[in-house]
Design a protein. Structure first.
Length: 118
């Protein structure tokens, strides 16, 4: 009863790889990867996020203030323009009166200056 055992090359390779893996897993302890404790970093991120939110709120407040001040500036500019127009009108009016002053009598001159500086 002599039996010949014929082994093919791929049988030998599979056996060697299987045996190597088995020995590796038996002697090498597999440990889970250590995950760092990121609570401090998470706290810093959360605190920075709250600071960002506060800064955004402050920026909105400042933008509103800028808008309000710009409106006030526009109103003042309109008032200045109106005042300048009035000044021009008064200048023209008195320029005409002064041109005619050379023909005034002393009584008319007295009335003119009394009226002007009342």
């Amino acid at each position: 009863m002599n039996r010949e055992v014929k082994l093919k090359l791929w049988h030998i390779l599979i056996s060697v790889v299987s045996l190597t893996l088995l020995l590796y897993f038996m002697f090498v302890k597999i440990s889970p990867t250590q995950v760092g404790d990121y609570t401090q970093q998470k706290q810093k991120i959360d605190s920075l996020n709250s600071v960002i939110i506060k800064l955004e709120d402050k920026q909105i407040e400042l933008n509103r203030s800028i808008f309000d001040q710009q409106l006030e500036i526009n109103i003042l500019n309109h008032s200045i323009d109106s005042t300048n127009k009035e000044i021009v009108k008064v200048r023209k009016y008195y320029a005409k009166k002064i041109k005619g002053i050379t023909t005034y009598t002393p009584t008319q001159l007295d009335n003119f200056f009394t009226e002007r500086y009342q």
